[in-house]
Design a protein around this ligand. Structure first.
Ligand SMILES: Nc1nc2c(c(=O)[nH]1)N[C@H]1C(S)=C(S)[C@@H](COP(=O)(O)O)O[C@H]1N2
Ligand SMILES: [Mo]
Length: 435
């Protein structure tokens, strides 16, 4: 087991073969732009396959396109304490959860996605952990986890965290960054103290406009003192009573990859606001300018752009709330059924808003059927929806789901393209064959 929790190098290709052989095939074998036949293993693909296998492949010309070498098939990547996640990268570790494994109302720790920007800290001892609250406060504080539990009310909440880049893989033209498909989202049950209570105890000065969050992870370059990511939120958002400084996840300790032993959970906004391995909250009188706060990171154009359009930096504004979105978590896409009826279900969430309705379609959006929708367990918990479908005859169908928030905003069919691949809340669809 390597220090980062992965049991294998070249995790991306291994996992790609395990989860999406066709995509792996394209990556390794190269795509033939014309004709139905893919190329032979060659060039970069051959080198990659060789590196993964750990040696040259003398008879590589005989390997059929799409072939999964046994050495790869027999070696799926495992992250300790995680189950069924698709690993996108191993340095830093990034892994998402297939939609059908997100069916639980409360996402189990083993299924909570991982988005790391740097190297996970090695020392996560909760007994020694200290959180510093400083900057523009009346009383700077240093608090251990036991201090937090003693001094403040401990609360448990189901809170949705979604990466700002979830859905980036569907961008055309593509956007650089982790190619998340659907599963960089989760709603675990978090236990901790309210960020607002801690800030009030420290005494927020009049001139504070933004928080700045610092974690204990280190930069990929290994440069000392260089932070991989340090984001913040406007003080008004920071004071929302749903934000937690969390020391427990689903009734247990935080998973090491999800920020053990202490993290922020700022639901409804990009996951990047929820600093893991939390060491310091610094209150500032300017918009925080830490790594991934400036330039075009976590920013979208302040006007609609066409796909591929160049956007001046000055027009890129910081993302606040995440948009309304839903997932179909049951059944898994690609299902074949013999009857005419099918139960479908999933979750919906809407940034700082509540979801008001979910509709489903089996005819490519020509008509819609209203789904049953539950109220959230608490603010910022995703909401369970379900529907009973009846297919008129045999054939190929797609089930589409569309959530609408309490301001009347619905999920679009098309992606609102932006240069960095954020906020893809286009409708989720699954395929169903009825025979
Ligand atoms: N210290 C630290 N906090 C972090 C990150 C990180 O790389 N380092 N990644 C952020 C991003 S971009 C996201 S989407 C969430 C993901 O939380 P998770 O890995 O627990 O799912 O953590 C955020 N907090
Ligand atoms: Mo993220």
């Amino acid at each position: 087991m390597k220090e980062n929790g992965l049991q294998d190098t070249h995790a991306d290709i291994f996992e790609l073969y395990a989860e999406d052989p066709e995509k792996a095939d394209r990556v390794v074998f190269g795509r033939e732009p014309h004709g139905d036949r893919r190329g032979f293993l060659r060039g970069a693909g051959l080198a990659t396959m060789g590196a993964v296998i750990g040696s040259a492949i003398p008879f590589h010309r005989n390997m059929p396109s799409g072939f999964i070498p046994e050495a790869i098939a027999a070696n799926p990547v495992k992250i300790a304490g995680k189950d069924g996640l698709t690993v996108l990268n191993d340095r830093p570790v990034n892994a998402e959860t297939p939609a059908h494994l997100l069916d639980d109302e409360v996402t189990p720790t083993a299924r909570h996605f991982i988005r790391n920007n740097g190297i996970v800290p090695t020392d996560m001892d909760p007994a020694k952990w200290q959180l510093q609250i400083d900057g523009l406060v009346n009383t700077p504080m240093t608090l251990g986890i036991e201090d937090l539990k003693k001094k403040f009310e401990v609360v448990t909440q189901r809170l949705t965290i979604e990466c700002g880049g979830n859905g980036r893989a569907f961008f055309d033209p593509p956007a650089r960054g982790n190619q998340w498909t659907l599963g960089a989202v989760a709603c675990s049950e978090w236990t901790g103290v309210r960020l607002a209570d801690v800030l009030k105890a420290a005494g927020v000065k009049e001139n504070v406009v933004y928080t700045a969050h610092v974690g204990a992870d280190t930069h990929l370059s290994g440069k000392e003192g260089k932070l991989p990511i340090s984001r913040g939120v406007p003080i008004e958002k920071a004071m929302n009573p749903s934000n937690l400084i969390a020391f427990a996840m689903n009734g247990g300790t935080l998973h090491p990859m999800n920020g053990a032993p202490l993290r922020l959970v700022i639901p409804g906004w990009p996951g990047s606001c929820s600093q893991k391995w939390l060491k310091r909250i610094w209150l500032r009188d300017v918009v925080h300018d830490g790594p991934k706060m400036t330039g075009s990171a976590y920013r979208v154009p302040d006007y609609p752009v066409s796909p591929g359009e160049k956007v001046p930096k000055s027009a890129m504004k910081i993302i606040h709330a995440m948009p309304v979105k839903s997932l179909i978590t049951t059944p898994k896409t690609g299902l074949s059924i013999t009857g005419r009826k099918l139960a479908v279900a999933g979750h919906a969430w809407a940034g700082d808003n509540e979801v008001a309705r979910v509709d489903v379609s089996i005819d490519f959006g020509a008509s819609w059927q209203r789904a049953d929708l539950k109220s959230p367990a608490n603010p910022y918990a995703w909401q369970r929806w379900s529907a009973e479908l009846a297919f008129p005859e045999k054939g190929y169908y797609e089930v589409w789901a569309r959530a609408t928030d309490d301001e009347g905003t619905s999920q679009p069919f098309a992606i609102a393209w932006n240069p960095k691949g954020y906020l893809n809340n286009s409708m989720h669809r699954i395929s169903v064959r009825v025979s």
